[in-house]
Design a protein around this ligand. Structure first.
Ligand code: BYC
Length: 310
């Protein structure tokens, strides 16, 4: 390809981005744009599928049939989100097998949040409320991401995440209106999940190595700190309605900024967790590897069936 053509292609690509048009799989795109998308979409997909594990532990111990059905449906939705996202990543020319292999080998990242244990039933409420709540804030902005298949996957995922957050908040409300022990259990879960949930938005803007490029190409539509602040501003009134407290003595409404101020986040903990040293990293990956091996016969059977009848 001569120099002029490649400049034209780049101009056309930049023009589409400027006009808020979607980039589609067959469109020309810079190699770095493609790589950034594969990285982000696959990390997102891995997060969805590993996100099933902390909640799975509580399926057999859900306090009522209604709660159990809702939790089962939520976990099933997360698997579906993983599938939409792996499909979106595949449109960029990478195979699902390769992505999944990198995940199981511990080469790919997934969200920090899923490396913490779910110790009580209150954790299930708090995961739905805070973790899905944080995910929604991030994903609503990603509905406007510049890559078409990712943006369309986000629209559907956000609709389902809203139910997830409500089921979580509903559990929290029940506990908040319950006995002293139930309120304590809820407060304890909030204390443990609050800071990791704030970390989900990624490192502070000044330390976010991908943000500048990602925002220029409209892969990300809002910065890590902007979304984190939005989440805090939205969540504090919900916390107050529950009659609970955040484990942050600095959390305070700032009328001048029109936002809540919050205390320092322990970024050392964040980097440790995403580098594999969180409380559950090893266990989570081990569980996924075993499930993958045990599921081999299902994949073999599906392929044999497809070969015979397609
Ligand atoms: N956890 O330059 P930065 C869900 C990594 S919700 C782990 O700011 P970027 C669910 C980052 O990958 C969760 N790693 O990166 C909810 C990079 O490392 P690499 C999933 C993180 O991409 C409920 C380095 O730190 N949601 O699935 O511009 C139930 C520097 O960061 C994290 C998504 O994935 C983190 N929290 O911004 C079930 C949303 N944050 O790649 C499931 C899509 C940063 O250079 N992703 N890192 O080795 C995004 O919006 C962006 O990728 C992020 C990070 C805001 C997360």
């Amino acid at each position: 390809m001569d120099q002029t053509t490649s400049i034209d292609l780049e101009k056309r690509f930049e023009g589409k981005i400027a006009q808020e048009l979607k980039i589609e799989p067959k469109d020309w795109m810079p190699e770095e744009y493609r790589r950034m998308l594969i990285r982000q979409i696959s990390q997102h997909a891995h997060s969805e599928v590993i996100g099933m594990l902390p909640e799975k532990n509580w399926l057999t111990r859900a306090p009522t049939l209604r709660r159990k059905m809702a939790l089962l449906a939520k976990i099933q939705d997360e698997a579906g989100h993983g599938l939409y996202l792996y499909s979106a990543a595949e449109t960029l020319g990478v195979s699902r097998e390769q992505l999944y292999r990198d995940f199981l080998d511990g080469k790919a990242k997934y969200s920090n949040i899923f490396n913490y244990p779910a110790l009580t039933w209150a954790d299930i409420g708090v995961i739905g409320w805070l973790v899905d709540g944080a995910a929604i804030i991030n994903q609503v902005s990603l509905q406007r991401t510049s890559y078409g298949p990712y943006a369309r996957a986000m629209v559907r995922i956000c609709k389902e995440e809203n139910f997830h957050q409500r089921q979580g908040y509903s559990i929290c409300l029940t506990l908040a209106r319950g006995s002293k022990e139930q309120r304590q259990m809820l407060q304890d879960a909030i204390n443990r999940w609050w800071w990791p949930a704030l970390m989900m938005f990624g490192p502070p803007d000044a330390e976010s190595k991908h943000s500048q490029k990602s925002m220029k190409w409209k892969i990300k539509r809002a910065s890590n700190d902007t979304l984190r602040q939005k989440f805090i501003d939205q969540t504090v009134p919900q916390l107050e309605y529950l009659g609970m407290k955040a484990p942050d003595p600095h959390l305070k409404w700032n009328p001048e900024r029109g936002h809540y101020d919050y205390g320092p986040i322990d970024w050392e903990e964040f980097w440790n967790v995403i580098r594999g040293k969180g409380p559950c990293n090893k266990e989570r990956l081990r569980t996924k590897r075993v499930a993958y091996e045990k599921g081999q016969w299902v994949r073999d059977a599906a392929i044999a069936y497809a070969k015979k009848y397609n």
